[in-house]
Design a protein around this ligand. Sequence first.
Ligand SMILES: C[S@@+](CC[C@H](N)C(=O)[O-])C[C@H]1O[C@@H](n2cnc3c(N)ncnc32)[C@H](O)[C@@H]1O
Length: 283
Amino acid sequence: MRTGTPSRTALAAATHRAAHQVIEGGRIFADPLALRILGQDAEAVAREAEQDPSRRLMQLFIAVRTRFAEDALAAAVERGVSQLVVLGAGLDTYAYRSPFGAQLRVFEVDHPATQAWKRQRLEEAAIPLPDTLTFAPVDFERQTLAEGLAAAGFDPGYRTFFTWLGVVPYLTEEAAWSTLGYIAGIPGGEHVVFDYSDPPGTLAPERRAYHDRHAARVESLGEAWVTYFEAAALRTRLEALGFTEVEDLGPAQIAARYFALRAAAQRERGGHIVRASRLPLGG
Ligand SMILES: C[S@@+](CC[C@H](N)C(=O)[O-])C[C@H]1O[C@@H](n2cnc3c(N)ncnc32)[C@H](O)[C@@H]1O
């Protein structure tokens, strides 16, 4: 990220979520605050999305990852999880529409410049800050998550769910594993949901071309993608950290679960969304 400036990709992700509300009626992921936090009207968002139809794939992926994370979170809260940490929150609106009230404390962790911009957006949009919310400014590349969360009053002993959407690709592998190690190492670190992509060299030509276009775009915004994973190696390493349940949806599973496209090629590679848990989520 560029020093001192808010994340441009956070704005892009929020724009995709808003476009999903306007164009697809929030069919996969309904967010009544998505447009409001952005401060744009529906027509402007639709016009921008329609100018570039190639954005639709990312729009749907972002809707899916957010829906997957919030469904898993709801199941975890039903089973007693009482804290949520939103890592690299961007303009995520969960804290402002959580159905769990006082049952769930929420910590929003983000780069200080992005968080300051979000707080301004919230104020301008007159979105009230719930008592259950605490902001924790942290730069993952310079500070440990432990320090940032401790300063915000986070209690690592309470059962906690972490969401980490659209962030891992932008971090060094070392920074990503340090955060995963932290989550696995605290007494209450129970679940984490994050997304990643298969390495570009393993993608089919059409996907590779799509990836390269998008990668060039985020790089030009000063936020290059630098970390990719192979699913099998990722699973092995997550299990070694103590995550006993790893649910990893690749493109074929996403197509089947969210778009009822059962014919999707089983070996197709691309974006993944993963939940790693130290305690079973279901059952
Ligand atoms: C693509 S945005 C995703 C935002 C949000 N999670 C979403 O899905 O809309 C990437 C987020 O990662 C955060 N981020 C990137 N590098 C970071 C770093 N070194 N420290 C803290 N946050 C970082 C940015 O501030 C931004 O909010």
